[in-house]
Design a protein around this ligand. Structure first.
Ligand code: ZN
Length: 295
């Protein structure tokens, strides 16, 4: 018998999207701890998860997306580096499997500055891992995490895990960070949409595919737990900076996606993270896209 593999194959998935190639490049997964959804009791969480998947544990994908076309390579979010344990930190392997070297990347487009999305920007000693990339991020995401007054009144956990970490990871990119406002075209055919609440400058990106196909919405952390937050968008996460605003932004993005028939790519939608949405009897449903055997 051949030797059995000890490690899963790299979680990479390619999909043609208009005249782009979009690739899911996984950073791994996280298991949600009890209490991650303060609006529900643990019994309610367990019941919803059992109804959706047969068992209670909540395992969430951590997807990044690479977009290649028009002679450019863009990366949406940068993974967690070494900071989130052995279940994460796989983005460098995934990029390599996708044929992308760090030096190939022209821009890193951040949905927000949280550990699983931005700690992979640098090594642990603070060196930039992407030698050429410009960082594109909503302006409030920078003004907030660099606001000393906001940091002073934050919880100890937020001070170290969010504020100090954001400053440390962005520091080596000083001079090549470009911020934008809601509704601005950040790159040709790519519009930034502020959907604040999870963080103050959390953004989604709408990308024109052309060729008569739907646009793509890379929606960042609009959804953390699809089984629960799609049918019940009012349910917020412990990690949301402003929970009611996060819920309102989620509903706004859902409305747009359904109204315009968009393709969704979600950082925490189960790998490979592509889906459509529908509204049935007033309730939202996520329709994961079946695996494409051809690119
Ligand atoms: Zn996240």
């Amino acid at each position: 018998m051949s030797r059995l593999p000890a490690r899963q194959v790299p979680a990479v998935y390619h999909r043609r999207f208009g005249d782009w190639l979009v690739s899911t490049v996984s950073d791994g997964y996280v298991d949600s701890p009890p209490g991650a959804m303060p609006g529900l009791t643990q019994d309610e969480v367990d019941a919803l998860m059992v109804a959706a998947q047969g068992t209670a544990p909540i395992r969430t994908s951590v997807n990044m997306f690479a977009l290649r076309g028009h002679g450019k390579t863009y990366l949406f979010d940068a993974g967690s580096g070494t900071t989130m344990g052995p279940s994460c930190g796989r983005l460098p392997d995934s990029l390599e499997a996708a044929g992308i070297a760090p030096g190939d990347i022209d821009a890193i487009v951040l949905t927000h500055v949280h550990p699983d999305h931005s700690n992979g920007l640098t090594s642990d000693d603070g060196k930039a891992l992407f030698p050429r990339a410009e960082i594109i991020v909503h302006e409030t995401e920078i003004s907030h995490w660099f606001d000393d007054a906001a940091m002073a009144v934050a919880t100890e956990r937020a001070k170290t895990r969010y504020f100090a970490s954001a400053r440390f990871r962005l520091a080596p990119y000083k001079g090549r960070i470009r911020t934008f406002r809601d509704g601005e075209e950040v790159l040709p055919g790519i519009t930034g949409i502020l959907c604040a609440g999870h963080t103050p400058g959390h953004a989604s990106y709408r990308i024109v595919g052309g060729q008569g196909g739907p646009d793509l919405m890379i929606w960042g952390d609009t959804v953390h737990i699809p089984e629960i937050q799609v049918p019940r968008p009012e349910i917020t996460m412990l990690y949301d900076a402003e929970p009611p605003l996060a819920a309102a932004s989620r509903k706004m993005i859902f409305e747009t996606v359904v109204r315009d028939g968009l393709l969704v790519a979600g950082m925490h939608v189960h790998f490979p993270g592509f889906a459509r949405m529908a509204q049935v009897d007033g309730q939202y449903r996520l329709l994961p896209e079946p695996w494409n055997y051809e690119i």
